[in-house]
Design a protein around this ligand. Structure first.
Ligand code: 13P
Ligand code: SF4
Length: 320
């Protein structure tokens, strides 16, 4: 077979795959209407999944959408704690997580019984839990927070001592911004923890004009090199507002897709080693279609836990 024939063959296969993708996306949209469903998609999801979204955003934006939607079914393209938060806010809806194995290793680093014990050991501290926690951990917390509002929430709580769960990096960032004593849990996001200052410096050698946008789940040494520290959706605002035309983006590489869509005239690069969250990549178009067809797999939370977790989430949302 000649090189040209091989190339034509490859193009045919790619074309077929694209046709399949387009056909599945079309079926998803049709099923979504039949089911009266809304599709909520996190910024790290695969591009083709972001393309079928009714709303794409960060954890805060997605939970607000989950709270306000009038749809009967919420298809959550993200990870488990995000779907749980949607159910906590909208228990009358059917909440679907197309891939049940899509978890968050950082959320798994905080166990509710351990947090309750730490809370008892620190009676003068309020417990602020990052949204990347199980519903059971939220249920033993005073406030929930996300990367978009962690500083604001910690400032607002009525205590000068705060037990911050589970992300040690976000806790350190918050501690640098507020005048309170922060007791940090020891958890971390493996995807962000793997980004080092050296990775940023290497990327800066290749793109010397680029500004650095970092997620606050990154290590302090990475945040020290950042021009902007933002939640995933906050990164979109930072890129649009900045006069810079090149950016090194210190977060999961799925973020490059919404950034390129929002500012097509600008260029976005991952740090030297591309940060990937395997859990965020588990959701595919076929799984979304299957979930809509079968109304499975569903995420629910026992009512007794949900009601207590709702208190922490609502206290956060009430802060605006
Ligand atoms: P955002 O809320 O900023 O989208 O972050 C969620 C997350 O899991 C980051 O790793
Ligand atoms: Fe969890 Fe990190 Fe993946 Fe976000 S990127 S879902 S914090 S493992």
């Amino acid at each position: 077979m000649t090189h040209r024939e091989t190339q034509v063959g490859q193009i045919d296969i790619i074309h077929e795959l694209l046709l399949d993708e387009a056909a599945i996306a079309e079926q998803v949209i049709k099923m979504k209407e039949e089911r009266n469903a809304v599709i909520l998609v996190h910024n790290y999801q695969r591009p083709e999944v972001q393309d079928i979204a009714d709303f794409t955003g960060d954890s805060l934006g997605l939970s607000r959408e989950a709270a306000r939607t009038e749809a009967e079914v919420i298809v959550f393209c993200g990870v488990h704690f995000m779907a749980e938060t949607a159910f906590i806010l909208s228990p009358d809806k059917t909440v679907l997580l197309p891939e049940m194995r899509a978890g968050c290793p950082m959320a798994d680093m905080a166990d509710a019984a351990d947090v309750a014990r730490a809370r008892d050991e620190n009676p003068d501290a309020m417990v602020v839990s990052y949204v990347n926690t199980s519903a059971a951990v939220k249920a033993v917390s005073d406030y929930c927070c996300t990367s978009a509002n962690a500083v604001q929430v910690t400032r607002a709580v009525a205590s000068d001592r705060v037990l911050f769960v589970p992300d040690k990096n976000l806790a350190a960032y918050v501690a640098s911004q507020v005048d309170k004593e922060i007791i940090a849990w020891g958890g971390f996001c493996p995807t962000h923890e793997n980004i080092t200052a050296q990775h940023i410096e290497l990327a800066k050698i290749e793109h010397p004009q680029a500004e650095v946008i970092a997620h606050p789940e990154c290590r302090a040494e990475v945040l020290a090199l950042a021009d902007h520290i933002r939640s995933t959706s906050g990164m979109l605002d930072a890129a649009l507002e900045s006069p810079a035309t090149e950016f090194i983006v210190a977060t999961e590489s799925g973020m490059l897709y919404p950034l390129a869509n929002a500012a097509p005239e600008k260029s976005f690069f991952s740090p030297a080693a591309e940060p990937l969250c395997p859990n965020m990549k588990l959701t595919t178009l076929s799984k979304v279609l299957w979930a809509l067809q079968t109304l499975e797999p569903r995420v629910t939370v026992p009512e007794e836990i949900r009601v207590r977790a709702l208190g922490a989430v609502e206290r956060m949302l009430a802060l605006g």
